[in-house]
Design a protein around this ligand. Sequence first.
Ligand code: HSE
Length: 309
Amino acid sequence: MNEVRIFAPASIANISCGFDVLGMCLDNVGDEMVIRKSNKKGIQITKIIGQKLPLETSKNVAGVAGLALLDDLGETHGFEIEIYKKIKAGSGIGSSAASSAGAVAGINFLLGNPYTNKELIRFAMEGERLASGTAHADNVAPVLLGGFTLVRDCSTLDIIKLNTPLEIAASVIHPQIEVKTSDARALLKQKVPLKKAITQWGNLGALVSGLYEEDYELISRSLEDVIVEPIRSILIPEFDALKKGCKEAGALGSGISGSGPSVFALSKGIFTAHKVADTMKTIYQKTGIEFDTHVSTLNYEGIKILEYK
Ligand code: HSE
């Protein structure tokens, strides 16, 4: 095999109460990437369509993640990467994670899968380090493993793929404003009052239980973030109106997608998720701010090989 075309999906990190630990993979929102073997050692990013992003390997998340894999393997082959971006950079639905995870999954496939997808997470995290200054795994883990994932510990790759209730669907609105992950992280306080921590870990435990029990009422009650959302939400116009509108339209809950500016809502069933997205649109149409919306079921497999030759 010399060439592979893959679908690198978008993802939602944090999912309200799971800052830096929870994530989930979307199905019909994502980039495509073509990765092919080359005679030139290392990684060359030969084409990026759809976004203005650096082609220079050391400045591109796909390049950096791919090189981390090749360094670990002591691999002398070279690879070319073409990226067809559909996920907007800085949207909060895992644009850098899709490119980083896509690069390592494609290279791994062409090398005959020397690593499992779980093992690839640590290389993809190097792309996240370049993008945000922190090598977090809450986007790359769901992209590489599919469904909902929980990062118990990044350094030892103690990452768990959680049960994913079949009817869960996501609605996302992406206001076209810029919120850099590094800025959104810099806003956060380094200390958390015990009372808030208790509420947060109660919600996180209950959300995980709700996913396994497929208890949509429990999932709904647990989609609450008392630590990060109150601070970051000031960066997102009409955030409170969106939350209220999503709930009224039947969503289980909503919150900031990753570090924003996208806002996500989870619903039971795709029909409700479309209704929730319509409500999001109605609220944002009044602001004059441009936006995109997405509605997606969950992606249980994560990254997909589309074709190879
Ligand atoms: N957990 C990270 C954050 C995700 O919220 O900063 C960034 O995509």
